[in-house]
Design a protein around this ligand. Sequence first.
Ligand SMILES: Cc1cc2nc3c(=O)[nH]c(=O)nc-3n(C[C@H](O)[C@H](O)[C@H](O)COP(=O)(O)O)c2cc1C
Length: 184
Amino acid sequence: MDAITALHTRVSVSRVRAPGPDPLTLEQSIKAGLRTADHGLLRPWRFLLIRDKSLEKLANLFADASLADTPDISASELDSIRSKALRAPLVLVGIACPRQHPKIPITEQHLSTAGALQNMLTAAHALNVGAIWRTGPMAEHPIVRHGLGVNESESIIGYLYMGTIDGPVRQLQEEPINMFVQDW
Ligand SMILES: Cc1cc2nc3c(=O)[nH]c(=O)nc-3n(C[C@H](O)[C@H](O)[C@H](O)COP(=O)(O)O)c2cc1C
């Protein structure tokens, strides 16, 4: 798929299954992320790839975090929370690791990391890999952060759930650009 078509047609795919992206496809997607606009070329990001048995460890972290918050949580709720980590054969965690810089605020470094995730999503779409960006409480919970090795100065910007498209893909609703754009 050419770049403009990919940019114009990307949609999130929430239902994915194994197999996850093959190594070359994954590498191409990550390389797209690394070409993101990045003030001062600080490379203020890092990415964790969670797959195979590590997905169970992520599920356990989600469960531990939920149990810490709600000690009387029901077994079925806990199962449901665990299952969120197992929705895809690959979970890519995008972590902003900003540093103090005289000219480049931390916010810009977070934005660059978000841009990297968006580039990866678009590349995944171009390569026919289903992917969706999720956050929620599990992106901020101290137990999850600690378990993933995210330090105090870092932030989880998103989880990309990636895999083989499973089922119909949502139809695009194109919006007229003049709803969002004005001459000034
Ligand atoms: C920063 C960020 C966080 C998001 N977190 C979630 C989330 O936790 N759960 C969810 O279902 N969608 C989440 N989304 C939205 C989906 O990734 C997706 O963009 C949305 O469902 C619209 O679908 P589309 O990307 O096909 O337009 C998030 C998007 C962004 C940019």
